[in-house]
Design a protein around this ligand. Sequence first.
Ligand code: GLP
Length: 311
Amino acid sequence: MRTFFTAAILLFSSFYLEADSIPAISVFSDSQEVGKAAAQKIADVIIKKKQEGQTPIVLGFATGNTPIPTYAAFKKLVRETNLDLSDVITFNLDEYIGLPTSHSQSYYSFMFSYLFDDLVASPTNPHGIKRENIHIPKGATSHEEDLSQEELTALAERFPDRQGTALSLEEQFWIAEQRANAYEALIEQLGPIDLQILGVGRNGHIGFAEPGTSFESTTMVAKLTENTRNINSSFFDGNVNEVPEFAISMGIRTILNAKEILLLATGSSKAAIIDEVLKSPISSDVPCTALRLHEKTSFFLDEDAAVIYKK
Ligand code: GLP
């Protein structure tokens, strides 16, 4: 019996050690240098796949303060090297539920203002990203006019007694779930994602996959923790009541399905979580530890974010 248990423990630990691959870590002087290196990495992935004749190139993008220097550096690089983006497809990680796309703090607005406005194809920019190749989850709102004709029909079938034009919370959730499932199916159809850019929340969330989220989760309706809403209130003039409570987010399995992952973390507010992500046991309590189950993950950190981990 004892031999059996010893063998089982050895087997388990060998599997665990094999599965736990510490990401490749690069530390840069500051957030601008992280941005430049990350932008170069994105360009390298595009160039390599093109050279191998393996288009399209599928990129996963993130929002938040962290990737802003990356997007600025990437736009500069595209301009300076005339990088052709006509074969690029993009998928964003997440979007708030309850904000119309046009809201200044929607992730749709964020991505267009920091990246896509300057990169989208147009008569003057024929090698830009085709508008139809940009994918950002669409968060449900209470307004019927935000629904497609197909969604309206499906909603009427699912809720035959519904009245009026405003969507109830239950109806919004139902729409959000349909959209989450359709988003996952689209990633499966057009993917896999070649390179997924990620930030990390101070509680270890990735996308809006908050602590406790299953590693097998796919694109889903996610509930934001109070901690995350408080932190994100800085984008909403400090008013936490304005921060949506739910979002559509890629799941952890969706993220792990990417061929390569690049996590960015800058600033001293990320030092504790980076240390925890790299040193604590792999657990859904800290969703970002799931990245240690992925064989091709890099962390680009600045000195401030790496300070505790390096001790
Ligand atoms: C947000 C986003 C994440 C982001 C994280 C960190 O809530 N959903 O995708 O990585 O929080 O944001 P920041 O880069 O602003 O610290």
